[in-house]
Design a protein around this ligand. Structure first.
Ligand code: FAD
Length: 444
């Protein structure tokens, strides 16, 4: 290790964030708030999100607040509360969608308390528009699709190579480049199966239905509140977005086709496919599927469950969000778990700045390596549990799980403890752990 601390110029460090999706942007906002120099390299021509809904639960909202309160303001600007303006308490509500009895099947069979405004649904593109306002233009480079990076292995800068032939340098690289992450592939190696997501054999049909149409067919109570309809080998979820002007609907179906990570994640799907799949379900679910547009997006659900990454960091490179742990969407919390990553990394890089300012023995390269090793040590277990639990809970919703079967009491208990583990995350504990790990690795 270095004998003494270096000059102030050498204390500064610059982070390259590859990918400007929800996690990359939120991380960027957190680092900028802590005066860390960053550049976001995004492959698209602009920040973009798809026209679909996304929801955030209590753990994610609290992490957002700690990363930068402006993120919560951004979320609240676009978020949609439940259909009862007098009661800001949110519940996740479950119905037996397969039940044929007209007055029984749409009834809530159980519900979970998600907290005071503990389930914030929003339109993805609307949220992104608000987040972008917190990121100055001069830290973003568009049309930069990472091809590879080279780590000199010494104290020199890492070099990033983009597909347009341009290059850039940074002291550390954070891959927030999503489920098909290039950074993950380079970090783990082309031959490593954990470099590639695999197909979960589930497809998701996503739609946004005008609320006035949905409410007149379903009634206000059902259309304006979140509901998950359980049933054999499929399930259907909906929640209001865009200030109650749209109903976000996602229908999950089995798909026995084989797909490789290199195939497209989505393709145009048809209403007919969904209507047919739910033809023998109860009347409410059939009414919802009849509301769908003729053409909609069909998503193929890939995840990292079969081959979890053995590490999230190597030297001064790390991966976060879906790049590290892409989950199937059945807990509705994948982005939220990525927000937890962003908080952990924001705190760790703040600690690196503090180490540099205090003038300890460690070089910035050593400090950055310690920070990313601490991130890996603290975040890997929870995030990989989450990926496995997301797959497992899908089987529970679809009455395919051997332990819970179609016993609604057991199903409730299973969903409850797993959801609580996600929502009631000990965030202060995580922050203490990252600090302890960082200090331990720096001194070790
Ligand atoms: P992404 O959003 O995929 O962003 C990656 C970014 O990196 C993109 O902008 C991309 O253009 C860029 N990029 C990729 N490769 C490169 C490269 N080589 N060079 C430069 N840039 C690159 N989560 C929730 O919390 N709540 C929900 O309700 C929810 N619902 C979901 C429903 C469905 C059907 C699905 C499929 C997922 C859902 N999720 C939900 C999960 C959530 O969508 C993801 O976890 C989240 O979007 C991941 O964000 P990210 O920033 O890590 O990756």
């Amino acid at each position: 290790k270095k004998e003494s601390h270096s000059t102030s110029h050498e204390e500064q460090f610059e982070i390259a964030i590859v990918g400007g999706g929800i996690c990359g942007l939120i991380l960027a906002i957190g680092l900028l708030k802590r005066n860390v120099k960053i550049t976001i390299y995004e492959q698209s021509q602009s920040f973009r999100e798809i026209g679909a809904g996304v929801a955030f639960t209590a753990n994610a909202i609290q992490c957002m607040r700690l990363i930068h309160p402006g993120i919560v303001d951004a979320l609240k600007t676009v978020a949609t509360s439940n259909g009862n303006p007098d009661d800001p308490n949110d519940y996740l509500q479950f119905a037996d969608g397969f039940n044929q009895k007209e007055d029984e099947e749409s009834k809530i069979i159980f519900k979970l308390y998600a907290g005071y405004r503990g389930f914030e649904g929003c339109h993805r593109a609307h949220l992104l528009d608000e987040l972008v306002k917190l990121v100055p233009d001069n830290v973003v480079r568009f049309c930069k699709r990472l091809d590879h990076y080279v780590d000199p292995g010494d104290e020199g800068k890492l070099k990033l190579y983009f597909e347009d032939g341009s290059t850039a340098e940074a002291d550390a690289v954070i891959g927030c480049d999503g489920i098909k992450s290039k950074v993950r592939r380079i970090l783990l190696g082309e031959e490593n199966p954990a470099s590639y997501p695999t197909y979960s054999h589930k497809s998701a049909f996503r739609a946004l239905i005008p609320m006035d149409r949905a409410a007149s067919a379903l009634g206000d109570e059902l259309a304006r509140n979140q509901r998950m309809h359980l049933g054999p080998s499929a399930h259907l979820l909906h929640f209001p977005v865009a200030h109650q002007s749209l109903l976000n609907v996602v229908a999950f179906l089995d798909d026995s086709t084989e797909r490789s990570y290199s195939s497209r994640l989505s393709e145009p799907g048809s209403k007919q496919e969904v209507v047919q799949a739910f033809a023998s379900w109860g009347p409410t679910v059939r009414t919802i599927t009849n509301l769908l547009d003729d053409e909609m997006d069909k998503w193929f659900i890939f995840d990292t469950n079969d081959h979890p990454a053995p590490k999230y960091a190597s030297g001064r490179v790390c991966i976060a969000g879906d790049a590290a742990h892409a989950a199937s969407p059945h807990h509705g919390a994948g982005a939220g778990i990525g927000v937890e990553d962003a908080l952990a990394l924001s705190r760790l890089l703040e600690l690196v700045t503090e180490s540099m300012e205090k003038g300890g023995r460690a070089s910035k390269q050593e400090a950055l390596t310690a920070a990313f090793a601490a991130f890996d040590a603290v975040r890997r277990e929870r995030t990989q549990w989450f990926v496995g639990s997301s797959r497992m809970i899908c089987n529970v919703y679809e009455l395919n799980n051997a332990e819970t079967g179609n016993d609604m009491d057991k199903i409730y208990e299973e969903i409850k403890w797993r959801s609580h583990k996600i929502w009631h995350f000990d965030i202060d504990g995580m922050l203490r752990q990252v600090e302890d790990q960082y200090k331990g690795k720096l001194d070790g």
